[in-house]
Design a protein around this ligand. Sequence first.
Ligand SMILES: C[S@@+](CC[C@H](N)C(=O)[O-])C[C@H]1O[C@@H](n2cnc3c(N)ncnc32)[C@H](O)[C@@H]1O
Length: 295
Amino acid sequence: MPVGRIDLTAILPVDSFEACNRQAETGFTMLADDSFRQLLDHFDRSWSGYRKVRKGVKKRLYRHMQQLGCRRMSDYLAVLEKDRHSRRMCEQLLTVSISRFFRDRPLWDCLARNLLPEMAARYPQRLTIWSAGCACGEEAYSFQIVWARLKHNCRSLPDLYLVATDTNREILDRARLGVYRASSLREVPEEWIAAHFLPLKKKKIYQIRPSLQRGIIWMQHDFLTEPPQVMFNIIFLRNNLLTYYRKSLQQAALDKIVRQLSQPGLLIVGSREKCPSDAGGLTRSPDAVGVFWKR
Ligand SMILES: C[S@@+](CC[C@H](N)C(=O)[O-])C[C@H]1O[C@@H](n2cnc3c(N)ncnc32)[C@H](O)[C@@H]1O
């Protein structure tokens, strides 16, 4: 995909390290925490999930409030109640797309070494994978890299059906483009960078190789609604539902998602996330943090 004429720096995903730096630079934001918490309550979001990343989110929301001529949170909430477009926009502004390649590195090592060979043996025809809340594609492409490397070493692997979804259309467009700052690749070994990425702008920016872009099905989808009507063998649900939403919303969404998981199947959540223990007969895998079996 040609990227030469696009202003890459303006559209690149933000990783957590850069987000923290930028937050330190931006300093004071105009939206008070109390007002922000009021908004989070309105959308059933979790304060503890947003606490660390709130500066950037508050800044975006404040700008939106200004555009709508709302000085107080109560005015803003009144507009959001009446105007679907503004509400949708606010929901998009609440999304946090911080990610990076091979986030939680031990998980990916365990997938490559144990879990994927086991799943491939169990489903020799086709393996179906869902990256739910995929942000700018770092997770889906990390999977593609691991799979490509397994393929190189194995005589036969199942066909792959990889679906990556996010509620935010703009973020999905960036995912399709597959262009990242070098800092998003800091957990990727040098040798893998050389094999799977194309360096641009004096190695400040990298594009995922087109061979790894092929075959991913990108879809706009809200995981609070009905999941795609496909049974998945592995579902990545990391650093979104269980971090940014309140418990009251989590359980119902999780139940629906786990229903789309095959038996055996793997649900993978973030390494710092707590998966409710009564979620659809899941058992914690001893192999890696955040991995649950449905057997
Ligand atoms: C912090 S990123 C996590 C990306 C990746 N899963 C990871 O762990 O690195 C959270 C992503 O979840 C998406 N998201 C949040 N709520 C969602 C929803 N209801 N449905 C689908 N995606 C959602 C956001 O748009 C954002 O891109």
